[in-house]
Ligand binder design. Structure first.
Ligand SMILES: Cc1cc2nc3c(=O)[nH]c(=O)nc-3n(C[C@H](O)[C@H](O)[C@H](O)COP(=O)(O)OP(=O)(O)OC[C@H]3O[C@@H](n4cnc5c(N)ncnc54)[C@H](O)[C@@H]3O)c2cc1C
Length: 470
């Protein structure tokens, strides 16, 4: 890219204008039926579903593995895939297939065997029944295998830079790779970047964060894994301080008083992994991070790792039996809970969730509670559990962005308000939304129709035939 062009793009960014222009030096076009941008939980399920329905599919992923936040972000366990009675598994389909494949290699415990109030659920009793503990490395292997078996092609180390537009229709994407820019044509593009990068640059309306709260975004978290911390040591602390309804609250108060705890969180979410002495730790709290802004993101990564070190020092000092714990790994990418919400044909709202609405074009049914970190003040979490027995639908219209043709969205960035997104952003619904988007994309290609024109009733019937519980 020449200097003039680079400063032109930088100038656009300064003005807040999305640089949806293509590079001049991109080599010749390759084409696929469906290009999925982002290989996280939503993108990978979209790709598998589209390929199984006959489409030629390419996933472009900026990282070196599939799984997104669940592998690179070390986020786990998978939140619930059951209804609130704990009796019915709502999310099945490709999600359940992935889980069972991990179970078969010793890399996960099936959610049917995991109950609320246990170490697997960080002892939470509300909204945390039937979670799925898993090994991120097992997930990487399983996703590689299922994609290969389904005929999905994957291009790693490829970052989306700009959409290829023909009027208001996206006809492909430009990505940046080790070999420079590449242009990839597509009949349908699925934006599964989590951040809505493609939809935003293609001109679909997007909201950044919660517009009712001055565009506040949920705080970010640097996940990490520790080993050699016996479950008995954590249980002993819980037994000693029965008044603590969350892990380590009394000890953290002491640590704050003696100046060794500065993280704005009064407890530690510590989830037992598949092995009894390994834990996934969700505690760091980085407010004010904008995951769409490079400098903010970079600062968040450094601050996140600082908070990891502080947490390890706390555990070693205050928890008897934790002196020899080992840091297994910090996430290779900061955990971003919220950025853009692409505005679609339907914007899923809080009432849809709490009233258990199931529109006729529902492509996902789930019962995940609203878990809005920062929603009760900068450090507090607004948690609204859905009523017992309630489940709600995510309509196909929430996957179809306004104003841009040839494009679907899936996962964290689908069309929902900030509060509603706080319920459906977890892994099982994201995988289910991906399966729906991929199936719809293949139907659009096969029928030579735009994704907006896909017959929702036929889509729902196809998903049902594929084992999706709707
Ligand atoms: C701190 C934190 C804790 C969480 N805890 C849990 C939990 O305990 N259980 C649970 O089920 N869920 C949890 N979640 C939610 C869940 O992990 C995510 O919301 C979910 O992974 C979203 O899936 P996705 O596929 O939409 O996006 P992501 O998982 O973010 O995947 C997006 C993929 O797109 C790629 N990508 C992004 N931009 C580009 C680009 N421009 N070009 C190419 N590739 C790109 C990324 O590298 C990534 O692989 C948590 C999330 C966070 C941040």
């Amino acid at each position: 890219m020449n200097v003039q062009r680079r400063s032109f793009i930088a100038g656009l960014a300064t003005l807040g204008i999305a640089p949806s222009v293509l590079s001049n030096d991109a080599p010749a076009l390759v084409r696929h039926d469906v290009v999925v941008v982002g290989g996280g939980p939503a993108g990978v399920c979209a790709a598998i579903a589209a390929a199984r329905h006959g489409a030629d599919v390419l996933v472009v992923e900026q990282g070196n593995c599939l799984g997104g936040m669940a592998t690179q972000g070390l986020v786990g366990p998978f939140m619930t895939c059951y209804d609130t009675t704990g009796e019915v598994q709502l999310i099945k389909g490709i999600f359940d297939e992935i889980v069972r494949r991990m179970v078969s290699i010793g890399g996960a415990i099936h959610p049917s065997e995991v109950r609320k109030g246990t170490s697997f659920a960080a002892w939470h009793t509300v909204g945390h029944d039937h979670l799925t503990p898993f090994e991120p490395e097992a997930l990487k292997f399983v996703l590689d295998d299922i994609c290969a078996e389904s005929g999905v092609k994957v291009l790693y180390h490829a970052t989306f830079t700009a959409p290829m537009m023909e009027g208001n229709r996206i006809s492909g994407v430009e990505v940046f790779t080790k070999a420079g820019f590449k242009r990839i044509g597509a009949s349908v593009v699925i934006d599964a970047t989590g951040d809505g990068d493609v939809a935003f640059r293609a001109g679909a309306p997007c909201e950044l964060g919660d517009t009712e709260r001055a565009c506040a975004m949920q705080p970010a978290t640097m996940f990490f894994r520790i080993g050699n911390l016996p479950e008995t040591a954590v249980e002993a602390v819980r037994a000693k301080y029965p008044q603590d309804n969350r892990a380590f609250m009394t000890l953290l108060k002491q640590a704050r008083a003696d100046g060794s705890w500065s993280i704005p969180r009064p407890h530690i979410n510590i989830y037992r992994g598949v092995k009894s002495d390994e834990w996934f730790v969700n505690v760091s709290r980085l407010t004010g991070v904008d995951g769409t802004e490079p400098e903010s993101l970079s600062n968040g990564e450094t601050q996140g790792r600082r908070q990891v070190r502080e947490t390890i020092a706390f555990l070693r000092k205050y928890v008897p039996g934790a002196q020899d714990l080992r840091l297994l790994s910090t996430a290779s990418t900061l955990g971003i809970r919220e950025t853009r919400h692409v505005q679609g044909e339907y914007v899923l709202g809080k009432d849809d969730i709490l009233e258990g609405r199931r529109p006729s074009d529902s492509v996902v049914l789930c019962s995940n509670s609203i878990d809005l970190h920062g929603g009760a003040g900068r450090s507090g979490t607004l948690y609204i559990a859905v009523k017992n027995g309630t489940s709600y639908g995510v309509p196909y219209r929430s996957l179809v962005p306004q104003k841009v043709e040839g494009l679907l969205v899936a996962g964290r960035c689908v069309s929902a308000t900030s509060v509603a997104a706080a319920a459906i952003r977890v892994v099982p619904p994201c995988m289910a939304m991906g399966q729906a988007a991929g199936t719809a994309a293949a139907m659009a290609v096969a029928g030579s129709v735009a994704p907006r024109g896909v017959d929702a009733a036929a889509l729902v019937a196809t998903l049902r035939a594929d084992g999706v519980a709707i």
